[in-house]
Design a protein around this ligand. Structure first.
Ligand SMILES: Cc1ncc(C[n+]2csc(CCOP(=O)(O)OP(=O)(O)O)c2C)c(N)n1
Length: 728
């Protein structure tokens, strides 16, 4: 303990620390200037965002971080990378788009990270990194680790909804995260008075039940004080904090911006608050020969910069085809288990106020039929209500009256339960997934069995749900997020397409994002415009996402289990109209449906019908009717929409020469459009007729039954198209 040490030792330590910090300040500044200079020489393309005058903040906060902590830098925070020990040569190579950069040239400085050093890259979407940081902190809390997450952002980002969702959730769960706002008073040209109606960012902390602190971000000693206190509290599980560091940027918003919108006298005033000069004053007061120290440090840093630039310039540019690599994780699959001690989860559970199985012995049971208790989704009468139009009988494999038959919804619940049982890294989060068991009952009983720390009720915060899943996933957990209805994924859209889908790519393939988003999708439940959507076409053109669609009870279980084991973000489309209607006997042995493989559901020679999800049963019914007319149709269930199994489709077309694609999603730019284009490009010579599509009309999903019936595809529409094709 410090009190037992000799006074001179304490002094020496303090001096050593001061010199190390002073060196770090110069290092950040000189590297920052070198980057600006390389940009002026056109050696760095794209945007460069200088952090000059803001250096004390990353230097101060990173000083208290351990190796296992994680940090989320702002676009000006070159200092975070340097302070965390990222190789400067690799950093400059990243700026220059070279092969040896963190992302191998896939993106610019801004969006890279170095997971080995606990630096997690942000996207350009300001504030979007905050839910991800919360997900990392959630992992630390769940596993009772003493690590913390520190997230940097500008005051401009506090106007984003992600700021609110992240701080709200962190406050509710007392997560070990420190939110560090670098308030430089401008978001690009917009002054603070037009960014927020309050005087300070810190006062907003009160709304989230956390400590709000404001400090002079130019004075490294003040930053160190607040950083130490906030990080220490978070580490001791005393709660998150919002720290507002007042600062100013020397340069314009980017190196392209002359920043004429700032008054000259304001700039002059802040020039007097240069953090390096302020720290030099302090060092002088402590008797340091600052001039000599500065000269020595600058010389060494200049040498380091020269070496870094030489390394980067010697690094080759990537070859064009390298753009195709790392869209998905290519490395070895994660071990089935991260080493998680079950007793730790129990402890976390007690803290979360949850009940364990023992505590509710005799209570709810996993696997209890969904119909055994109440939950009707949002007053819509549930998926079991009367449905528009005549519904086809489900194929024998998925419809049975056997007492042991499992419903589609039960199959989902079984998949979740089995995977949670098998792998403690798997956990569930979403709205009302806990005690209620989900709006449809998909998670019923899991809260009681696996505890509150693994079945987490979230506020209505879809962006947080997805973003936090990313944060937890990149740190080794396997979150399964539930959207209450697939429609609400629109509120988490940015986190899906920008944060999750690009993560592996922008981290140069050195990161995996094993997460699943369950999407209760589809029409025929009287849901109207916002509870009936099929969201796949929002996501089909986004690289980095896998999209699966379960059309049978077997696949509801087998595909979900495979999705949970996948090392990439998977959108799992499940269908409300099948939840209670589809039933099947499931095999006792492990059921894993491979992702990326279509299934031939009915063999045929005259026509190929390609479908997925809820239209499968309609297509099978149409195929039966065609058989009665003397024509044999082959029915293919895609099961995975991305990556698309075109080979199975191609094999069929080569025999039948005729193809119809049927889906419940809208026609325009749907899966059918992609399949039709690919067939035209690659299989034209096998076709005896044009590719036809049967899909929903290009309207919203209207509510009134005759309108909905008119819009949706059904057996009659499929049959009509099939007959047209056969007579071509
Ligand atoms: C969601 C989003 N909208 C707009 C932008 C464009 N943009 C980039 S930086 C910036 C200003 C950011 O201000 P602030 O968050 O205060 O950080 P600072 O740049 O001042 O450090 C804007 C508007 C963006 N990157 N993301």
């Amino acid at each position: 303990m410090a009190t037992n040490r000799k006074p001179e030792t304490v002094l020496e330590e303090r001096t050593r620390r001061d010199i190390q910090l002073y060196r770090q300040l110069w290092r950040v500044r000189l590297f920052d200037r070198a980057v600006s200079s390389l940009h002026r020489q056109n050696k760095i393309l794209g945007g460069v965002y200088s952090g000059e005058w803001q250096e004390a903040i990353p230097v101060g906060f990173c000083h208290f971080l351990d190796e296992s902590d994680v940090v989320f830098p702002l676009h000006r925070d070159l200092g975070v990378f340097l302070a965390r020990g990222v190789d400067p040569g690799v950093l400059i190579a990243q700026f220059m788009g070279r092969r040896d950069g963190l992302s191998g040239g896939r993106d610019s400085f801004l969006h890279a990270g170095d997971l080995e050093r606990g630096v997690i890259g942000a996207t350009s979407m300001l504030g979007s990194t905050l839910p991800v940081a919360v997900g990392a902190a959630l992992r630390f809390k769940m596993l009772d680790e003493s690590s913390v997450a520190v997230a940097f952002f500008g005051e401009g980002a506090t106007a984003r909804g992600d700021f609110h969702e992240a701080l709200n959730f962190a406050g509710i769960h007392h997560l070990p995260v420190v939110f560090v706002c670098e308030n430089n008073f401008y978001a690009y040209s917009t002054p603070m008075s037009l960014e927020m109606p309050v005087e300070t960012v810190a006062e907003r902390a009160a709304a989230y039940g956390m400590r709000g602190v404001r400090c002079n971000g130019q004075d490294l000693n003040r930053v160190l004080d607040v950083a130490e206190a906030a990080i220490d509290r978070a580490r001791k599980r005393e709660g998150p904090a919002l720290v507002e560091c007042l600062t100013y940027r020397h340069h314009g918003h980017s190196e392209h911006d002359p920043a004429r919108y700032r008054p000259e006298d304001e700039l002059a005033e802040w020039a007097g608050r240069d953090p390096i000069q302020l720290f030099e004053l302090y060092l002088k007061n402590r008797g340091q020969d600052v001039a000599a120290l500065a000269a020595e440090i600058k010389l060494k840093v200049e040498e380091e910069i020269d070496r870094a630039i030489a390394f980067a310039e010697a690094s080759p540019l990537p070859s064009g085809e390298e753009a195709l690599r790392h869209v998905f994780y290519e490395g070895a699959p994660l071990p089935a288990r991260v080493s998680i001690d079950a007793s730790v989860l129990k402890r976390a559970d007690a803290e979360a106020g949850g009940r364990t199985v023992e505590a509710v012995a005799g209570g709810a049971r996993v696997g209890a039929p969904a119909s055994s208790g109440g939950a009707k989704p949002e007053g819509h009468g549930g998926a079991a209500g009367p449905l528009p139009g005549e519904l086809p009988r489900l194929p024998a494999a998925t419809e049975t009256t056997s007492a042991e038959a499992v419903s589609y919804l039960d199959a989902i619940r079984q998949a979740l339960d089995e995977e949670m049982e098998r792998d403690p890294a798997v956990f569930i989060l979403g709205e009302d997934v806990g005690r209620l068991g989900g709006a449809f009952g998909a998670t019923r009983g899991l809260f009681e069995k696996h505890g509150a720390s693994r079945v987490i009720d979230t506020p209505i915060s879809e962006s947080l749900i997805v973003g936090a899943s990313v944060g937890a996933a990149v740190l080794g957990l396997r979150p399964v997020a539930e959207m209450q209805f697939a429609d609400f994924i629109s509120c988490g859209f940015d986190q899906v397409v920008n944060t999750a889908a690009t993560f592996c790519y922008r981290h140069g393939g050195r990161a995996r994002v094993p997460m699943v988003i369950r999407l209760p999708a589809g029409a025929r439940i009287h849901g109207g415009l916002f509870h009936s959507q099929n969201p796949e076409s929002f996501f089909l053109s986004t690289p980095g996402l896998k999209i699966v669609a379960a059309g049978t009870v077997e696949d509801a279980k087998g595909l979900l289990k495979s999705a949970i084991r996948d090392d990439n973000p998977v959108l799992f489309l499940e269908y409300k109209s099948l939840y209670r209607r589809a039933k099947a006997l499931l095999p006792a042995e492990e059921l894993l449906t491979p992702i990326g493989q279509a299934a031939v559901r009915m063999k045929g020679e005259d026509l190929t019908i390609v479908t997925y999800g809820p239209l499968l049963s309609f297509c099978l019914e149409a195929a039966e009717a065609l058989r009665a007319e003397g024509a044999s149709a082959e029915v293919i269930d895609l099961r995975t929409l991305r990556p698309l199994d075109l080979e199975t489709v191609a094999r069929s077309i080569q025999r039948t020469g005729r193809i119809l694609v049927a889906h419940e999603d809208r026609r325009f730019a749907g899966v059918g459009a992609e399949i039709a284009a690919r067939i035209a490009e690659e299989l034209f010579e096998f076709l005896d007729a044009p590719v036809l599509r049967v899909a929903s009309a290009d309207t919203p999903y209207a509510f009134s039954p005759p309108l909905e019936e008119f819009i949706l595809p059904d057996t009659a529409k499929i049959l009509a198209a099939a007959r047209k094709l056969l007579s071509y």
